[in-house]
Design a protein around this ligand. Sequence first.
Ligand code: ADP
Ligand code: MG
Length: 323
Amino acid sequence: KEVADKIAAGEVVDRPLSIVKELVENSIDAGASAITVEIKKGGKTYIRVTDDGSGIEADQVETAFLRHATSKISQARDLESIETLGFRGEALASISAVSRTEIITKPAAAAAGVRLVIEGSHPAEKEMTGCPDGTTIVVRDLFYNTPARQKFMKSDATESSLVIEFVSQIALAYANLKIRLISNGNLLFTTPGRGDRHKNILTVFSREISDDLIPVRAEKDYLSLEGYISGPGQSRATRKHQIFFINGRVVNSKILQKGISQAYSDKLFEGRFPVAFLFLRADPAVLDVNIHPNKREVRFNDEAFVTEFVHHALRQALLSRES
Ligand code: ADP
Ligand code: MG
């Protein structure tokens, strides 16, 4: 059983990023309004995710770590919930099979919380404890019991940059959440969580982009676009400052890319990449998110229409800044 657990775990958990993803998604599902992510050594030795969400009842904590244990209704059919959050009931089971996992959790209504330590699927310690409402999960020594998997992880720097990229995207996508990110003891950012996208972008990328961002806002038929793009002087921008969200989910989009190039084709600006944080909403009926299993690629029924819409919206935004 232990071997089966470890094998199954490999499919859900292959590096610190996948653990952070699962834990953060659980926190969002739990209705958190504030989430802290802390990693050390790229997450290889230490990952902590703390939220102020619903917490877990003391007598349900072990159950949450069983395979196929999910408290969530799996009939969610709308695009967003299926896309962003998993309902497989495997994450905690898998994570605890390949690490030393600690959970401290307390529902608001409970007088005290509970702390449980699980090492390689085995519950090791359980006690009642005083703690704030919500849940903290700490994952230590990832793959300590599966050395072969340890070798598949890249350098601390690479693993941490993947985690930072993901948490940054979550911070932008969920503008109402207060997201705090700490790596090796350094606070990288805390977003205000008041739904202010502009503020969020500047907070998350404070060291990399300047504040002359131009707002974009446009609507047409089944599309609406919102976001921020470069003015002149974003000379330090790189590819990672172009992030596209379609219906709340980060995607790679050649269509949006093309719209950007067209809008900037006759503009002079410093640097190689225009900054573009674009949030596109589209009627799910006109797009296909299933062309790739990780659903990062999205295809539209009428791609030319979408490109032209984006091109036009960005052009208007650039023109409005010039005049
Ligand atoms: P799933 O998310 O697919 O249900 P997980 O293994 O990720 O499966 O989590 C198992 C269960 O543990 C969840 O269904 C939920 O009831 C509970 N849980 C996990 N993380 C949290 C959290 N941060 N706050 C409250 N409950 C949680
Ligand atoms: Mg989950």
